[in-house]
Design a protein around this ligand. Structure first.
Ligand code: TTP
Ligand code: MG
Ligand code: MG
Length: 352
């Protein structure tokens, strides 16, 4: 029996798998979604890639030029967000046919936690539900996913990661505690490079595992990391008290563009930006928009956002274009650095 039954579901190499489904001839080749590598001179990043491309050490977030060097024979594709979003919506509809939507917390386009404690705490039955989710999604979408099950969110996500791709794995609390001991502390959600550095200094170990981190006293973690320190103290011990909360989706739609060369030319920047705004506004209904966000990344990679709530903007489409352009111009005058990327996002009013 499980104390709680928490399921984590995550699609396998999501954007790239959709591309493979649409173009079956790509199967068996490294598929990289992100940007045009321009024979190694392209400037975007890898969004994701299939598992074959991962064998060449390509991964999400890597410069596309580097990915090209690692696998020049690969198939490089631009991000086709409308298609991925449509597929994501359809997947979530299927998930809601297997479990009630009040139990689902969507955490990204391809990922959700589902608290099925009220349905079952029996391991076999939980695995059956996990298997049903996989089967139904595959039947409808011809896409594989991985399901991890445990007694809390953290361990269910780790179970999912361990079972990837196309896996189904249940780890109970005790097993979870044991498994994570050997893992790097960055396995703990919320521990990024900066926090890792603090912890490394605390225990004076170069590549600390979670077992090493168990040596740190709670007071010490709290002293250096504040409230989060307490949270990490629990998580090192396999405890995660966070609850699955039903997603009342506050969706957003966004587009961004990385310039082929950093620039300060207002003409160039505004022309590209207006194109992004057009693209985004084409995907949403005016009445749905809650706020607009303009994103700007400078040549030194520092990235900033400015946003405006829609009730501060009178009128429709043209006023949104005008207000967002004004926000963008504020970035241009606020700094004399060159601009590397501009982006535009609209937040949508709560659905459901
Ligand atoms: P992930 O679920 O993190 O990755 P994945 O589905 O591609 O691969 P897997 O789960 O099998 O390890 O992300 C889901 C999608 O989000 C991914 O297909 C592309 C997008 N994404 C980015 O655009 N940039 C990123 O840095 C990451 C991590 C994901
Ligand atoms: Mg995924
Ligand atoms: Mg994911």
């Amino acid at each position: 029996m499980l104390k709680k039954t928490i399921v984590h579901i995550d699609m396998d190499y999501f954007f790239a798998q959709i591309e493979e489904r649409e173009n079956p001839w790509m199967k068996g080749k490294p598929v990289i979604v992100g940007a045009d590598p321009k024979k190694g001179k392209g400037r975007g990043v890898v969004s994701t890639c299939n598992y074959l491309a991962r064998e060449y050490k390509i991964k999400s977030g890597m410069a596309i030029s580097r990915a090209y060097k690692l696998a020049p024979q690969g198939i490089f594709l631009p991000v086709n967000m409308p298609l991925y979003k449509k597929t994501s919506d359809s997947i979530f509809k299927t998930v809601k046919k297997v479990v009630p939507s009040s139990l689902i917390e969507k955490v990204s386009v391809d990922e959700a936690y589902i608290d099925i404690t009220a349905i079952t705490t029996n391991k076999k039955e939980a695995l059956k539900i996990g298997g049903d989710l996989k089967k139904e999604i595959f039947k409808k979408e011809k896409l594989s996913c991985t399901v991890g099950i445990s007694e809390n969110k953290m361990i269910s996500k780790i179970a999912c990661q361990l079972a990837k791709p196309d896996g189904l794995k249940l780890i109970d609390k005790q097993e979870g505690r044991d498994i994570i001991k050997e893992m790097n502390i960055q396995t703990i959600p919320g521990i990024g490079p900066k926090t890792e550095k603090v912890i490394k200094e605390l225990i004076k170990i170069e590549n600390p595992t979670i077992k090493d981190a168990l040596e740190i006293k709670k007071e010490e973690l709290v002293r250096y990391l504040g409230k989060r320190g307490n949270d990490f103290y629990q998580k090192f011990r396999g405890i995660d008290a966070s609850v699955v909360t039903e997603t009342k989706e506050a969706k957003s739609v966004s587009k961004e563009h990385t310039f082929s060369k950093d620039t300060r030319s207002p003409d160039k920047i505004i022309k590209v930006f207006k194109g992004l705004v057009d693209d985004v506004l084409m995907e949403v209904k005016e009445g749905e928009i809650k706020n607009i966000v303009v994103v700007c990344r400078f040549e030194d990679f520092k990235t900033y956002q400015k946003q405006l709530s829609l009730d501060k903007i009178n009128g429709g489409y043209n006023s949104i274009v005008k207000s967002s352009t004004i926000l963008l111009l504020k970035f241009l005058v606020s700094s004399n650095k060159k601009i590397r990327l501009v982006g535009f996002r609209v937040g949508l009013k709560n659905k459901l």
